[in-house]
Ligand binder design. Sequence first.
Ligand SMILES: CC(C)(COP(=O)(O)OP(=O)(O)OC[C@H]1O[C@@H](n2cnc3c(N)ncnc32)[C@H](O)[C@@H]1OP(=O)(O)O)[C@@H](O)C(=O)NCCC(=O)NCCS
Length: 177
Amino acid sequence: MDGVTANQLSGGFFVGLPNPPSAHTHLEILVNSTTVVSARIEDETVIGFITAVSDGVSCAYILHLEVLPAYQGHGIGTALVQQMLAKLRHLYMIDLVCDPSVQPFYERLGMRPVVGMVVRNYGRQSCDPMVPGQASWPEESWMPLQKAVFWFQAGSVKVAVSYAAYGSWLGIRVTAG
Ligand SMILES: CC(C)(COP(=O)(O)OP(=O)(O)OC[C@H]1O[C@@H](n2cnc3c(N)ncnc32)[C@H](O)[C@@H]1OP(=O)(O)O)[C@@H](O)C(=O)NCCC(=O)NCCS
């Protein structure tokens, strides 16, 4: 992504995410990806992008594909996928995860559906950096879907034990009240 700035990524990507990455984090996502293809207009604003990570030898995963709503329906998404598949064509395995509603879009481009498994840490959706040495995790970073709370009575004190996935960490928190 030579020369792309966070400013050029401020068009409103990650539509529909309640806690989207900032433009700066978006830039980090692009810089850290193995392969990126972008669509840009004259003033260099990015209007669409696709990213993949790869071991370079055998496999690649396509992680993000998005075209800004105002530019959808003009073949940009198709061109981004075609260019990415062309860049990765030396590999055995090229995978991505999508909703069933988007499968026809990818099937037109030669991909086929399979069954997969995923984890989603919704508390990490914005991808904001973790603070080094942080003693406890911010409440909003706890992943609601995997949080479980067990209550038990210890004498006159009610104790709550909860756990949550935080990035690659699994945390346990005990609160008494
Ligand atoms: C999916 C997306 C990238 C397609 O980009 P686009 O530039 O609008 O796509 P194209 O103009 O190349 O569309 C080509 C064809 O795919 C169809 N298509 C586009 N988006 C589709 C979708 N979400 N589901 C099913 N079909 C879709 C179009 O109707 C068009 O069909 P046609 O040629 O018969 O008219 C875009 O809709 C988008 O950014 N969506 C939000 C993010 C998203 O869902 N990304 C995919 C994550 S897996």
